[in-house]
Design a protein around this ligand. Structure first.
Ligand SMILES: Nc1ncnc2c1ncn2[C@@H]1O[C@H](COP(=O)(O)OP(=O)(O)OP(=O)(O)O)[C@@H](O)[C@H]1O
Ligand SMILES: [Mg+2]
Length: 227
């Protein structure tokens, strides 16, 4: 059988051992996610939103079941194949501390291309285009501590899109922002939706989550679609 979805999770089980106690985060989770959509992920604190994003980013392992990324079973990937996929196809935006404090905004944004061994002049030129795209051309030389929380998240998003990723995983990217900035960052993320991209957005904000294409809720170790 071929897996037509961009992301297919089959019977995935994830547990943690904590002080001798077993925590079941996911119990035979099944999920099919397609490109050209922005999908919100809600659920109470501790329900497993970050855990799921880390598994999707191939940053964390799981105990059972399978994960097909772009129709490929990731259990067949070597560590370097996982790293290559993450470097070229997946970007993550966290709630805060996304940026490297002793690099300026432009250098932060250019970093993924430099890590991927692109020419420095090309990387900086692309980074400038991304800063313009997120409306921060006037903040290029600023360091993270000279930027507001909302501006830092814009830079984090500029950095996330410089590699033109197919999967953007945003883990409460607006969690640290006020109402207006949250909406702006959400709208920026939403504008990045494209036919070759899936955006997954974990949030506690029900208002924003209701503005996505699909709302997923984690409860009782499984994920349900909210209609
Ligand atoms: N490294 C770890 N070791 C042990 N338990 C862990 C570990 N990481 C997460 N957990 C547990 O797994 C469960 C899911 O955690 P997770 O961080 O994915 O939740 P979340 O939905 O992102 O919560 P929040 O909304 O607070 O960010 C929690 O019970 C948490 O305590
Ligand atoms: Mg979390």
């Amino acid at each position: 059988m071929t897996n037509v979805s961009f992301i297919t999770i089959k019977d995935l089980t994830k547990t943690y051992e904590d002080a001798g106690k077993k925590i079941i985060v996911f119990d035979r989770l099944n999920l099919n996610l397609d490109k050209n959509s922005i999908i919100s992920l809600v659920g109470p604190s501790g329900s497993g939103k970050s855990s799921l994003l880390h598994i999707l980013a191939m940053l964390d392992t799981f105990d059972g079941g399978s994960y097909f990324f772009d129709s490929k079973n990731i259990s067949s990937f070597s560590l370097s194949e996982k790293n290559l996929n993450r470097a070229t196809k997946i970007s993550i935006v966290y709630q805060f501390n996304n940026l490297i404090s002793d690099l300026n905004a432009l250098e932060n944004v250019a970093l993924p291309l430099l890590i991927n061994k692109e020419e420095k002049s090309f990387a900086l030129q692309q980074a400038e285009a991304m800063m313009i795209k997120v409306g921060l051309e006037a903040r290029i030389k600023h360091f993270p501590n000279q930027l507001s929380g909302g501006e830092q998240q814009r830079v984090a998003i500029a950095r996330a899109i410089i590699t033109e990723p197919e999967l953007i995983l945003a883990d409460e990217p607006t969690g640290n922002l006020d109402k207006n900035n949250s909406l702006e960052i959400f709208n920026l993320l939403k504008s990045l939706k494209s036919k070759n991209r899936l955006i997954l957005f974990a949030t506690h904000n029900r208002e924003l989550s209701s503005m996505t294409d699909i709302q997923l809720e984690i409860s009782n170790s499984s994920v349900k679609r909210i209609e």
